[in-house]
Design a protein around this ligand. Structure first.
Ligand code: BMA
Length: 313
């Protein structure tokens, strides 16, 4: 790869999904989790309803590029009193982690108490069981590694404090309900493309040299914020060890539907699908309005983390 080659090749027919593809009234289609299940791509996307609150819809595809949306939303705020209180303002930005023949779903639950993360599970994308609310407020963007480590589940998450703004932390759980041993492993870098915030993006996936994690980073300009995507590599046996973080971003808003929309200048990922041919399909919301996809060579992303790395902390 020459350094000037694009790391991610955008699909020529982007955007792959817009509100016009959705058979119920929505204002946006964005920030979708995605996974390959029984050789079909299943996308669980966020939509703003016309009251400004979000639900999760489902779209299916044979090839990862052409999607058909189901007639009803996949996930709406729960009626179960334990969850209803915390999902009343909507559900957002769902990630899908395949693990032990099951799929773990993590999403932001909004309410008058703030934003928390809820964990649910499904094995067939038909019935969904809510497991637990796994964070307090205000914490979002939880991704779970697709394997356990010494019998424990591992997640990346993103708390915020004035002293240490919007950084990526790691936590562990024996049972998906109780999480602990938390520590910070990646922070924004001053006067850098991700200086304002960073947050987990797609659930990490295994490569020969480490877990590849595509995350988002935010930079504040005089005209608002810019959301871009970056990439980090975590040790295969100890995911708390960040082996390398690419110094440069791998994707920034450039297409018209990424630069303008509901929130301008945003590319935001919640999912990527590694393929057997050594490529990965990366999915991102454009301007919080549409869904887009692009393809990258996994080795190129890994090499970038190792050859041009900035300090994680
Ligand atoms: C973040 C989240 C994302 C959104 C992004 C850009 O804080 O709300 O869902 O894509 O802002 O608006």
């Amino acid at each position: 790869m020459k350094m000037q080659d694009p790391l991610i090749t955008r699909f020529k027919n982007n955007p792959v999904l817009t509100r016009r593809d959705v058979p119920y009234p929505v204002a946006t289609v964005h920030n979708a989790g995605i996974v390959k299940h029984n050789d079909r791509y299943i996308m669980l996307f966020r939509s703003h309803l016309l009251n400004g609150r979000s639900v999760i819809g489902r779209a299916d595809s044979e090839d990862g590029f052409t999607f058909t949306v189901h007639p009803e939303p996949f996930l709406i705020p729960s009626m179960d009193p334990i969850f209803a209180e915390y999902e009343a303002f909507g559900v957002e930005d769902l990630r899908i982690s395949p693990i032990h023949d099951d799929y773990l779903l993590t999403y932001s639950a909004y309410s008058r108490h703030g934003v928390r993360v809820c964990l649910a599970r499904t094995s067939d994308f038909k019935s969904v069981e809510r497991v637990a609310l796994i964070t307090q407020a205000d914490l979002r963007n939880v991704v779970i590694f697709p394997e356990t480590f010494d019998g424990r589940y591992v997640r990346l998450d993103r708390p915020h404090s004035e002293i240490s703004p919007w950084s990526i932390w790691i936590s562990y759980s024996p049972d998906l309900v109780h999480w602990g041993d938390s520590r910070v492993i990646m922070k924004p870098l001053a006067y850098h493309w991700d200086e304002m915030k960073i947050g987990p993006g797609a659930p990490p996936f295994r490569t020969a040299k480490g877990w590849l994690h595509i995350y988002h980073g935010v930079f504040k300009t005089m005209a608002g914020t810019v959301y871009r995507l970056g990439v980090a590599l975590h040790d295969l046996d100890d995911p708390a060890t960040v082996i390398g973080v690419s110094d440069r971003w791998i994707l920034q808003p450039e297409d018209p539907w990424e630069v303008t929309g509901y929130v301008p200048n945003v590319v935001f990922t919640c999912g990527a699908v590694p393929e057997d041919d050594g490529t990965v399909k990366i999915y991102w919301g454009g301007a919080d309005t549409v869904m887009c996809v692009g393809t990258a060579v996994i080795d190129n992303l890994v090499d970038l983390c190792l050859s041009d790395s900035r300090s994680p902390i």
